[in-house]
Design a protein around this ligand. Structure first.
Ligand code: F6P
Length: 366
């Protein structure tokens, strides 16, 4: 049994991180009698002049409903370099981190993060350091787990935004466009679009055509609905085009909402407005589901470490938390299935994905 374990949060924040931290500390200290060290600002906290803090059940008291992460996080640190669009591990920081973990007396790590942080965690494991991953991302795009915490809260926020856009769209007879996050997957757009009764949902998995968008807007107009609500995933693309970036160097997605808004206005003559929901989807208090999932993941991760598991990630599968190898967990992106039930349901209730005409026949056959 480990005497002392470390815990860190990496990548973009997600509602539920503090719930997971609290569960890790309570389980490690209360159930297994371990010491728990919080590493600040992701893996950066074990580089240079290390910054860590001792975590006790008292120090994590009251953090369950809090947004963000009490440990701080970083998206891109010293561990991964992007060279020519490819990610490369820098050997030096990993050796330095391992030496510092040894000096700090940290014998194992719980890494709470998305794909990027879990890939770094896997590198630690490959070098013989015990590590368990806990998945988080509002995008819900990790293949090994049915859900990641943060996702349900993001959907709640996007749904509320759509509800609010609905009333203003109807009052002004406008086309309202909500751009949501999700990287190269359409999970947030699809779920929020269904929950918030969007008329058109644009997701990366189904390339769209402007003709199909305009057709839907006109069809609604003719049937007496003079407004249209569109939800667009930041990674959605027009057929044959590439995704749009607000920052090409850093490859930060964004801008598609405004582009759709302008084109729809030109093509239909209807007034259009675009709202980019952005980081509102990540900030603030987690909903009940994300608090529960974060808590369950955190406790299960410590139990896995205590029972000698390493190189694994906790994952929700068929309603149960299991462990899966990190190698399998962090390299597979979960895309919306074009022939899946949710897409079919959306289409059945009249939501358009604005697929180009030639693709529509294929979709209809599914
Ligand atoms: O992966 C989570 C996420 O919020 C994505 O949906 C989004 O593309 C990205 O992170 C934005 O990250 P940041 O603004 O922190 O660089």
């Amino acid at each position: 049994m480990y005497k002392q374990i470390g815990i860190l949060t990496g990548g973009g924040d997600a509602p539920g991180l503090n719930a997971a931290i609290r569960a890790v500390v309570r389980t490690a200290v209360g159930e297994f009698g371990m010491n728990c060290v919080g590493i600040e600002d992701s893996f950066e906290g074990v580089l240079g002049e290390t910054h860590t803090r001792h975590l006790t059940t008292k120090s994590v008291s009251g953090i369950l409903p809090r947004g963000g992460t009490i440990l701080g996080t970083r998206n891109r640190g010293h561990f991964v370099k992007t060279v020519g669009g490819k990610q490369i591990f820098a050997e030096l920081p990993i050796s330095e981190a391992l030496a510092n973990l040894d000096i700090l007396g940290i014998e194992a790590l719980v890494v709470i993060g998305g794909e990027g942080s879990l890939v770094i965690a896997e590198e630690f494991h490959k070098r013989g350091f015990p590590v368990i991953g806990v998945p988080k991302t509002i995008d819900n795009d990790l293949a090994a787990t049915e859900f990641t915490f943060g996702f349900m809260t993001a959907i709640d926020i996007a749904t509320e935004a759509l509800d609010r856009l609905h009333t203003t769209a109807a009052s002004h007879d406008r086309v309202m466009i909500l751009e949501v996050m999700g990287r190269n997957t359409g999970w947030i757009a699809l779920h929020a679009g269904l929950a918030g009764s969007a008329d058109i949902i644009l997701i990366p998995e189904i390339p769209f055509s402007f003709d199909s968008i305009a057709e839907k807007v006109r069809a609604r107009e003719q049937s007496g609905s003079r407004f249209t609500n569109i939800v667009v995933a930041e990674g959605a693309t027009e057929l044959g085009k590439k995704e749009m970036y607000q920052d090409d160097e850093e490859m930060r997605l964004g801008g598609i909402g405004m582009h759709v808004s302008r084109r729809v206005e030109e093509m239909t003559g209807k007034e259009s407005r675009c709202v980019v929901l952005g980081h509102l989807q990540r900030g603030g208090s987690p909903n009940a589901f994300d608090r529960m999932l974060g808590t369950n993941f955190g406790a299960c991760a410590v139990r896995a470490l205590a029972s000698g598991e390493t190189g694994c990630m906790v994952a929700l599968q068929a309603g149960r938390v299991v462990t899966v190898p990190l190698s399998e967990a962090c390299h597979n992106v979960k895309k919306v299935q074009v022939d899946g039930q949710m897409v079919r349901t959306a289409r059945d209730i009249g939501i358009s994905f604005a697929a180009p005409k030639e693709m529509r026949a294929r979709l209809a056959a599914i």
